[in-house]
Design a protein around this ligand. Sequence first.
Ligand code: NAP
Length: 250
Amino acid sequence: MSTQANVSKVAIVTGASRGIGAAIAKRLAADGIAVVVNYAGRAADAQAVVDSIEAAGGRAATIQADVAVPAQVAALFDQTVTLFGGVDIVVNNAGIMQPGLVSLVDTDDTLFDRLIAINLKGTFNTLRVAAKKLRSGGRIINFSSSVQALALPGYSVYAATKAAVETMTNIFAKELRGRHITVNAVAPGPTATELFLKDKTPEQVEHLAKMPPLERLGQPEDIAAVVSFLASDAAGWVDGQTLRVNGGIV
Ligand code: NAP
């Protein structure tokens, strides 16, 4: 289902081996965009996403890179240019969460540093390279979380990394003045992926699923549809914004 307008566009989706990132990669490929399926460790899962895209007639390739490591992020962009000729869209989806609920007082240095390294520094790392490599007309879509606005106990450091991403989104959009590149963020609510479901009791999952007025968990495809919009020409006047995609939870 390639659309002519997107035929030559190229997207990097970080953390696209599973969950929301995999749904985004498939959706952008269905929109006619060539997609790099980035992953950290799960090569087979990433390859399965590429296989599914190719089976549907799309173009995709896997590239391993830890977004927390600047040299690997630089290599991710260089390899994408080699494979597909350029980069137009970066979706900073890769992220981690604390296991279950962890209060601030129980957060050890290792967990704190890991959340900052992947969620905040990882996003910073790709933004810095994207500023130099993205073609005119480009799109950057960062990932926050609705828990930042909900301010739920047990999420303090995770939510803080996402608040920082929202702030960088807003400022970076202004710093790219004149480049014809938009920078936005999406902030999903509870979404049925491994990140959300693992380390929670069925009661906790049920409670969070009932919180939005639409009374269900988000599905990765709900989020991918909004990323598809932000990546499209139709969203050309949306810049520096964070869009909550959460069934109305906040
Ligand atoms: P997920 O199912 O746990 O998938 C995480 C993805 O990120 C995987 O593809 C993983 O790769 C990749 N990844 C992890 N660390 C990485 C690193 N250092 N470098 C590169 N890739 C890395 O997570 P998800 O639920 O889809 O979440 C996606 C984004 O949405 C995250 O930014 C998350 O904070 C945000 N979000 C999620 C929810 C939710 O309820 N699910 C709500 C709000 C916001 P491997 O498979 O190779 O490990």
